[in-house]
Structure formats: structure tokens, C-alpha cells
Design a protein around this ligand. Structure first.
Ligand code: NAP
Length: 525
């Protein structure tokens, strides 16, 4: 499939008339010659959103099997893009082949996971309270389910060019919910975005769906993204990126005549608690695994272990020394974009110049590459200056030395919301674990024991969310089947004749969906 640099507006491909830009080869920061991408203009945003609005009622009322088949077909078409997709993504992002092949598998399997959720009918959450004419006062028939919120704007993430971009988790969950999607491509991987966008565009046509189910827009700046969030047809936003970007979109969405939710995944330092038993029993292994996790993929994961907390003492000092040795050996890494490298260098510079921060180790240095960094602060200084614990996106981490367990608790109480918090603990740490868990639950979307948080399983039980600023809305997840909830809203039908009801709500349950009936899960005694 050829990359042309065109916008995909419904079923059309159209050369944009906005500002022209080229993709950048992440390995050498040189422009990739072909093609030239042209940004969209306001009228393109209008056209994509109007088509999405027109498509919504037809798309959301399709039989579940048809919507599921479309999602399966998107997965198959993305896989069929083959090596050219992986090679283009490697050039645009600097990520290695194995990582991108894995990401492609994840992208296809999450589309298939949502297809199977749609087939099951579980996300409709059907609840029926039949009429009680004898009751005083009598009750009429009440039936509840959930429908899509309407067209969704999705912002592709720079650090997951496949799994959190054009056909990533936000798009898959919105399409599964019955919502058309307009994607604002991330300018760091426009060619990858176009290839995947064309695969979805073809799947829309092959399924005979209304063309507005999917559109893809380019822009090298913020105008298109802002116009999308402001467009009245857009009913929700999915975003992964910086806190500044997420906050800007939340502000725009809240200022609309009709405000809409923005599900932004923004920043997290993913604290790891090194409890005394674990440090004593396996401090050296922990240090090695921690360094590998923090420098994996040049640290460009939102679940990177960015804050390591432990109680002062010999075991903590030994952990610091072992981790420093590992960080010193870390190779200099290619970052996704020159902007992300610049932000990393500025963040590390700010920390290393801070009088209260000790630099324990720097990795190998190379021009245009990120140099790993391991830093150390005392919990007292972190408590006095929260900026010492802010996310620096890249291969870095801060060790926090707590004077005692109560200072460890004080830090936990003070830190912001997180995607993950990890406990490294042995059986002898059980009492401490029990006292820490209530605090941890208040701060994190995912609580781990004895592992590192970088890997995120895509499944029913995953939460990739967390209180602000990890996400804009801690009631949500952007990974796993529960991600669909962000794009659904409940509707109740009161006293409608059976024949007027959607099939999923009819008395005889012709679609065999799981439902709560008269206050009980059906089939339950
Ligand atoms: P970003 O700057 O937040 O950009 C993400 C997307 O949102 C891009 O398409 C961007 O468009 C758009 N955008 C940003 N600000 C906007 C605004 N005010 N109005 C409209 N659209 C806006 O993120 P990034 O480019 O991926 O990386 C920058 C920094 O984000 C990193 O250094 C890192 O700190 C953070 N980041 C965090 C995570 C995480 O998971 N926590 C993931 C990726 C990045 P433009 O590119 O055209 O500006």
C-alpha cells in the first residue's frame, strides 16, 4: 500500500491544504523525503465530523455480529499490511522491529478482543425491572442498556505508534461502543498512521458501513486537534500524551456550549516501594530488574518506574549502588522525536542542577541520543519540593530515601495520582503491606506486587488509568475491555411496548444477552 500524505475523510483520500510537513527519521533526525503530508483545514474537520455524525445512528444500530466482523476485519487488514508497516514505523519512531511486531500483534488482538465483547452483548449491561401493576404505587416496566455516546475524537500517542494510535485502544473501544471515530494523527508517525488509516477505511467500505465511521486528519500543529474537540458533533475525546496537552484539551472541552468528557492519559511516575524484607532478601536482583525496566524502550513508557522508595539503611544503600552500576552500563537510546529528547534533557538538567539531588549514575552518552540517569533525593526534600517527583519522560528514575516507615507513608500521602504503584515485599513485610494498601489504593489505578509495571496486559481485568494527573478521569481505563465504558451512556426505556424496544431489551431475550432481571442476574437463584 502506498503512502501518499493525504487526509482520509470518510471514503475519500484528499490532499490537505494546510501546512506541509515531512515525517522525521528518528535515528538521525533527518526528514523522510516522501511523501509530503499536508495539514487539514477547518473545512476538513467540518467534513469529517459531519460525516461521523451522519454515520452514528446507522453504525450504532447495526447487528452486533456485523460490528464485530468489521473490527475483526480491521485487525486482519492491519496484519496484512505486513513488513512495510513495521519498516515505516521503525523509521518514524526509532523503535526496534521486535517491539513494533509485538505492538502490531497487540493492536490486532485488542481489536479482536473488542469484537468478541461486542458479540457477547455484555457491555450493553442490560437491566430489566418488569412492571409491578399490583404494587402500591404500581410500577411500570423499566429497561436499561447502554448506547454509544456519539462520534469520538482520538489523538494518536507518540510512544505507541500502533497500539495507541490510529487503530489503538481508544479507537477500538470507541468503534466497539458504536461510535464513529475521527483520528488526529500524531505528527511523529504520519506514514504509519496513513497505512493503518487506509486499512480501516477499506474495512469500512468492505463492510458497507457509512463512510463517516472513520476519518484520519493530519496537522503539524494544534489547530486541527483544537477544532476537533470544539466541533459540536464530537461527543468524547481519547488522548495519550503530555499533561500540558491533556489539560489544554480538557479546557477546550469544558468551554464548549455543550461540554464533553476528555479521557486523557497524561503523566505518572509509577512509584515502587522497596520494603525492608524484599531489599534484604533480593536487593541485587531487584536493582538489576529495576534498571532493565527503567531503561527499556529508552524509558518511553507511561508505566516507567520513575520513583523508587525505600527506608534508609545498608540494604537501601546497596540497592542504590547496584542500580547505579546497571544505569552506568545503559546504552544511549534513540528517542521518539527531537522534541521528546529535548524535554527529557531539560527535565534531567533541572533535576541534576537541583542542590538537593544527587546524581548516582549516567549511562553512555552519544550525540542526539538520550543518556540514562539515576538520581537520589531524601524523602524530606521530596516532601518539601514536589517538583522533584514529577515525570521526566525517558530512561531515568529517582531513588527516594525515607528516614523510616512513617516517612514512607507521608510520601505516599503526598504523591499525585498514578497509573501504577508497585510493592516489592516478602512474607515478613505483610504487616507493613496491610497498612500501606489503603493509601496505595487511593493513589493508583493498578497495584502490583513483586514485578515491574512496564508491561500492560490487554484483557478484561486490566486497569490502565488512575486518579489525576495519571488520567483526567480516574473512573476510567484506556486498556482492556472496560475501556469501552468511556464511550457508552445509559438509556432507560419506561413502559415501551415490546415491539418498540431494541432487540437486546425484548422480553424473550432473542439475542441471548446476559441481563439482570427483576433485581437478580438472570439464571441466579
Ligand atoms: P503531546 O505533546 O501531549 O502531544 C500529543 C498529541 O496531542 C499530539 O497530536 C499533539 O499535537 C496534540 N496536542 C498537544 N497539545 C495540544 C494542544 N494544546 N491542543 C491541541 N492538540 C494538542 O505528547 P507527545 O508529543 O507524545 O510527547 C511530548 C511529551 O508528552 C513527552 O515528552 C512526555 O513528557 C509526554 N508523554 C507522556 C506519555 C505518557 O504516557 N505519560 C506518552 C507520550 C508522551 P502536536 O504534536 O501537533 O503538538
Amino acid at each position: 500500500m502506498q503512502i501518499t500524505g493525504e487526509l482520509l475523510i470518510g471514503g475519500r483520500a484528499k490532499r490537505g491544504e494546510g501546512v506541509a510537513f515531512r515525517a522525521i527519521d528518528a535515528a538521525n533526525n533527518e526528514p523522510i523525503e516522501q511523501p509530503v503530508f499536508h495539514g487539514a483545514l477547518d473545512r476538513d474537520v467540518e467534513a469529517a465530523c459531519d460525516l461521523a455524525d451522519e454515520a452514528f445512528d446507522i453504525y450504532r444500530t447495526l447487528p452486533a455480529a456485523k460490528r464485530a466482523q468489521f473490527l475483526d476485519d480491521c485487525a486482519a487488514r492491519i496484519e496484512a499490511l505486513g513488513d512495510p508497516l513495521v519498516e515505516r514505523a521503525m523509521a518514524e519512531t526509532g523503535l526496534p522491529r521486535a517491539r513494533l511486531e509485538g505492538e502490531r500483534t497487540r493492536t490486532a488482538s485488542q481489536l479482536r478482543m473488542f469484537a468478541s465483547l461486542v458479540r457477547s452483548g455484555d457491555s450493553l449491561d442490560v437491566r430489566i425491572e418488569p412492571a409491578l401493576p399490583e404494587r402500591q404505587p404500581p410500577r411500570t416496566d423499566l429497561r436499561f442498556w447502554r448506547i454509544g455516546v456519539g462520534p469520538v475524537a482520538v489523538f494518536g500517542a507518540s510512544n505507541f505508534p500502533l497500539a495507541f494510535s490510529v487503530a489503538g485502544g481508544d479507537t477500538a473501544s470507541a468503534l466497539a461502543a458504536g461510535c464513529p471515530v475521527v483520528v488526529k494523527a500524531h505528527p511523529a508517525h504520519p506514514g504509519t498512521s496513513e497505512l493503518v488509516g487506509r486499512a480501516i477505511q477499506q474495512a469500512v467500505a468492505a463492510a458497507g458501513l457509512p463512510e463517516g465511521v472513520f476519518s484520519l486528519l493530519f496537522d503539524a500543529g494544534h489547530d486541527v486537534g483544537s477544532a476537533l474537540v470544539r466541533h459540536p458533533a464530537i461527543r468524547a475525546v481519547g488522548f495519550t500524551g503530555s499533561r500540558a496537552g491533556g489539560l489544554a484539551l480538557m479546557k477546550l472541552a469544558a468551554a464548549r456550549a455543550e461540554p464533553i468528557p476528555v479521557y486523557a492519559e497524561m503523566s505518572s511516575v509509577n512509584p515502587n516501594l522497596l520494603l525492608p524484607g524484599a531489599l534484604a532478601a533480593r536487593g541485587e536482583t531487584l536493582a538489576r530488574e529495576f534498571a532493565a525496566s527503567a531503561t527499556l524502550g529508552c524509558g518511553q513508557f507511561c508505566t516507567n518506574p520513575g520513583l523508587m522508595l525505600g527506608v534508609a539503611g545498608e540494604a537501601f544503600d546497596a540497592f542504590a549502588a547496584n542500580a547505579a552500576r546497571e544505569f552506568s552500563a545503559a546504552a544511549a537510546g534513540v528517542m521518539l522525536t527531537p522534541g521528546i529528547l529535548r524535554a527529557y534533557e531539560l527535565g534531567i538538567d533541572r533535576l541534576t542542577r537541583h542542590p538537593k539531588v544527587t546524581t548516582l549514575a549516567r549511562g553512555a552518552a552519544a550525540p542526539g541520543r538520550a543518556q540514562a540517569a539515576l538520581l537520589r533525593v531524601s524523602a524530606g526534600d521530596l516532601l518539601a519540593d514536589a517538583a522533584l517527583g514529577e515525570e521526566v519522560f525517558g530512561p531515568s528514575s529517582v531513588l527516594v530515601e525515607c528516614a523510616n516507615e512513617s516517612e514512607l507513608r507521608a510520601v505516599l500521602r503526598k504523591i499525585e495520582g498514578q497509573l501504577t504503584i508497585t510493592l516489592h515485599a516478602q512474607a515478613e513485610d505483610a504487616d507493613l503491606v496491610r497498612t500501606l494498601l489503603p493509601l496505595i489504593e487511593r493513589k493508583a489505578g493498578r497495584v502490583l506486587a513483586n514485578g515491574f509495571p512496564t508491561g500492560v496486559e490487554v484483557c478484561d481485568a486490566m486497569v490502565h488509568g488512575g486518579p489525576f494527573p495519571a488520567t483526567s478521569d480516574g473512573r476510567s481505563t484506556s486498556v482492556g475491555t472496560a475501556a469501552i465504558e468511556r464511550f457508552l451512556r445509559p438509556v432507560c426505556y419506561q413502559n415501551l411496548a415490546d415491539a418498540w424496544l431494541p432487540e437486546a431489551l425484548r422480553e424473550a431475550n432473542p439475542l441471548h444477552v446476559r441481563r439482570r432481571y427483576a433485581g437478580k442476574a438472570e439464571g441466579q437463584q
